[in-house]
Write a protein that binds this ligand. Structure first.
Ligand SMILES: *Cc1c(COP(=O)(O)O)cnc(C)c1O
Length: 383
């Protein structure tokens, strides 16, 4: 772990977001917390124990390495679901640890059967169907083949889930496509019924779908971005808030990112600052050097555009973002010193640097900014 900068995580905000989601989604819908990409950059090892403390007992990840990280920090028997990549060996290990996984082709199903037989166990699978996203999933013919394999090997396969993923529920422009997907999903679910297969969880919804299309909640919802305090898109937020009396955002951001000043310098008028000629001092200025750069997730596209908070004031990034450092214009501040706190994301005094401000400048999604936060940054949970 490095101490160039630290990420703080607010336990209060986590508690707030979980109870908001519970109250809106209802008691009969299981919340699977999506913690892929290092819990959207927040840190699996820090986030999972707090989620668990507030009652989350189902976790979704992308691959087996993330599944193991979740597995190692769970204190009680919660479920883990791998939605994406597993090597052949991982499939065997997953079955042994009762880790659930998506099956989107017959090859993976056959491997699951083979290993479950060898181990004398049941593989917990979620059949993923192709309903129109055209990414991964079983088409109609493949679903029928899978049903046959499952029926033949019912002692070794537990049909834990039947699912699909919607291609962009956060935008109304995809409404027609989503409706077609839902119809296709229901038709395919009918095939299971006919064959007397009853999945434990039917699930299709991410954060956006859970709010925009309540009928998609079914037995389980896979919630990522909202647990971390962000709406999937402005559209989803506006749609929600327009139907409320209280216009305040019910979600609270969890993450803050801070660093400190490592050097202060006076620059003469007419000098270029940093690499190349992208910033020319038009007058005498004072700069502060901060030990954070693109290698930690501070995007290069924030060059000459990013903003940080120092001593309760907004200050600008000048010159290009380096691999490990940024240079900040602090000319307008009095008494700036080495060691002063620098807020990259979060609040200081009355001001706040939001991830969304960050993403508007750099033209990246909230999701992208968060996922790029380096795993090497020290993360701390604040009570
Ligand atoms: C990432 C992901 C989710 C969660 O999406 P959010 O928009 O963050 O809620 C749900 N389902 C699948 C298959 C995913 O890959």
């Amino acid at each position: 772990m490095i101490d160039n900068s630290t990420i703080s995580l607010s336990e209060k905000s986590i508690k707030n977001n979980i109870s908001f989601l519970r109250s809106k989604l209802g008691d009969t819908v299981k919340i699977s917390a999506v913690v892929k990409a290092n819990a959207y950059g927040h840190g699996i090892e820090q986030i999972v124990p707090v989620f668990e403390k507030y009652g989350i007992d189902h976790y979704s990840v992308f691959d087996y390495s993330e599944a193991i990280r979740v597995y190692n920090c769970l204190s009680k028997s919660s479920s883990i679901m791998v939605m994406g990549w597993l090597s052949e060996k991982d499939i065997r290990d997953a079955i042994e640890k009762e880790i659930e996984f998506f099956v989107f082709n017959i090859e993976r199903l056959q491997l699951a059967v083979k290993f479950a037989k060898e181990l004398g166990l049941q593989a917990k699978i979620h059949l993923e169907t192709e309903t129109g996203m055209n990414r991964s999933g079983l088409n109609g013919t493949e679903l029928n083949a899978a049903i046959a394999v499952i029926k033949e090997n019912i002692d070794h396969i537990e049909l834990t889930g039947f699912c699909t993923h919607l291609a962009g529920a956060e935008s109304v422009s995809n409404h027609f496509r989503i409706q077609n997907q839902l119809q296709k999903y229901q038709e395919m679910a009918g095939e299971l019924d006919v064959n007397n297969l009853k999945p434990k969880y039917k699930h299709v919804a991410n954060s956006a779908a859970s709010f925009v299309y309540p009928e998609t909640r079914m037995d389980l919802v896979r919630i990522g971005i909202m647990l971390y305090g962000f709406w999937s898109s402005t559209e989803v937020f506006v749609q929600y808030i327009n139907n409320q009396d209280d216009m305040a955002d019910p979600l609270k951001r969890i993450l803050g990112w801070q660093s400190q000043i490592m050097a202060v310098k006076e620059i003469k008028r007419g000098e270029f600052v940093g690499y190349g000629i992208s910033y020319l001092a038009q007058s005498k200025i004072t700069t502060a050097l901060v030990p954070v750069g693109y290698s930690f997730g501070y995007s290069r596209s924030l060059s000459n555009k990013g903003r940080v908070l120092i001593r309760g004031h907004q200050c600008s990034v000048i010159g290009v973002v380096n691999m490990n450092m940024i240079i900040i214009d602090v000319t307008h501040l009095k008494n700036v010193e080495v060691g002063d706190k620098v807020v990259l994301i979060g609040k200081q005094g009355k001001l706040e640097i939001k991830v969304s401000a960050f993403s508007e400048i750099s033209d990246e999604l909230n999701y992208e900014i968060l996922a790029h936060l380096s795993e090497s940054i020290t993360r701390r949970v604040l009570k």
